[in-house]
Design a protein around this ligand. Structure first.
Ligand code: PLP
Length: 401
């Protein structure tokens, strides 16, 4: 009898993590590779957050905590929801987990029965479909368009809702496109959802703090109060506070759902790391002003990279409104031939060519459910972005028709 079950044999490892690993190996082998495939800030975690972790260790906060999070961190999360979005949460509406990723996984595991449907607008974050698959659910992909800013439109939503729909998965600002939903756009989706009381919403707000051009952030639980008891808001400290390695995420939702997620967590991973929880409370409670300069830096890198790439034939950057990625249409390169005579047929071929020929690692858009696109991270130094743009230019110039 085979050891592995039927589900895991259908799941592919995370494409972003796999490419990230390849870049590390190439660097270790001494290759001059520029990694733009990853999804983490290149800033260090701010000192006041690290200091809070050191203090937690010295104060002996090194034991298991409550499964759903320390009272201090839960209070910091409640205060954050109240301050930022005017949402009134109680401790039993909140759960802390080992990254937003674990909370999303747990949410699907405790809610999906075999065949239940999850609406996933495409392009999407790589991990939603495999998580749904693990929970024996079925992802229903809804393609969005460049013309619609890669955002789900109400009519497209209403077309795909069935009796089996359990969740709609929203992610704003979006990984990979950087699309940000406005209040009106969320309200319009909320009007559709008002007609389908059995459909719940996951609002993945992990890039909430990273919004450009003075735009403001809106979350569906705030904008559509009539949906509040069917929204699970997911967030975490990874992206905003440069804390990807600390592994702390949090969620706010209806009591019954949070309780079920807590039960699963209690029988799987228990509480999140006690020291990282203390650091996360400091992050949420602390002075947030450093974020302004971080966002400015991301925005100026976006603008510079867009300028640097504007005249590279065959590549078209779709201007992001948030997060730290550039979503680049590479249709214009398809059909061209590399110096070795290989035809570029897909965005995967383009990404492979860039890695092999000029040692720049980017993600193919098809990993996010939409080709032919490429996703570049701009959460790297300006110097590396400048170098990468020059390398793209050289690689594209060497292609023939
Ligand atoms: N959601 C989105 C859209 C992401 O891009 C990521 C990380 O890349 C996560 C959730 C998970 O974040 P974490 O588990 O680090 O909190």
């Amino acid at each position: 009898m085979a050891l592995l079950n039927q589900i895991i044999s259908t799941i592919k490892p995370s494409a972003t993590l796999a490419l990230g690993q390849k870049v590390l190996e190439m660097k270790a082998a001494g290759e001059d590779v520029i990694g733009l495939a990853g999804g983490e800030p290149n800033f260090p975690t701010p000192k006041f957050i690290c200091d809070a972790a050191i203090q937690a260790i010295q104060a002996g906060q090194t034991k298991y905590t409550a499964v759903d999070g320390t009272p201090e961190l839960k209070q910091a999360i409640i205060d954050k929801f109240s301050k930022d979005h005017g949402l009134a949460c109680k401790p039993h509406n909140i759960i802390v987990g080992t990254g937003a990723k674990q909370l999303l996984y747990n949410a699907f595991m405790v809610t999906l029965n075999p065949g239940d449907e999850v609406i996933v607008p495409a392009p999407y974050w790589v991990s939603y479909p495999p998580m749904v698959q693990c929970a024996q659910g079925h992802s229903v992909f809804v393609p969005t368009s460049e013309a619609a800013g890669f955002k789900l439109r109400p009519r497209a939503l209403s077309k795909v809702i069935t009796k089996k729909t359990k969740w709609l998965c929203l992610n704003s600002p979006s990984n990979p496109t950087g699309a940000v939903y406005s209040v009106d756009e969320l309200k319009a989706l909320g009007e559709v959802l008002a007609q389908y009381p059995h459909v719940h919403v996951i609002s993945d707000d992990i890039y909430e703090k990273l919004i450009f051009d003075g735009q403001s952030f809106a979350t569906i639980a705030q904008v559509c109060p009539h949906l509040q008891d069917r929204v699970l808001t997911i967030n975490g400290v990874s992206k905003a506070y440069a804390m990807t390695g600390w592994r702390i995420g949090y969620a706010a939702g209806p009591v019954g759902l949070i309780k079920a997620m807590k039960t699963l967590q209690s029988q799987s991973t228990s509480s999140a790391n006690s020291i990282a929880q203390a650091a996360s409370a400091a992050a949420l409670n602390g002075d947030q002003s450093f974020l302004t300069s971080w966002v400015q830096k991301y925005q100026s890198r976006r603008d510079l990279m867009m300028r640097n790439m504007a005249d590279i034939p065959g590549l078209k950057v779709c201007k992001p409104s948030g997060a730290f990625y550039l979503w680049v249409n590479c249709q214009g390169l398809l059909g061209k031939k590399t110096p070795a005579g290989t035809a570029l047929e897909t965005d995967m071929d383009v990404a492979d060519y860039l890695l092999d020929s000029v040692k720049v690692a980017v993600m193919p858009g098809s990993a996010f459910g939409m080709g032919p696109y490429l996703r570049f991270s701009i959460a790297v130094s300006q110097e590396n972005l400048d170098k990468a743009a020059e390398r793209f230019r050289g690689a594209v110039a060497r292609l023939s028709s």
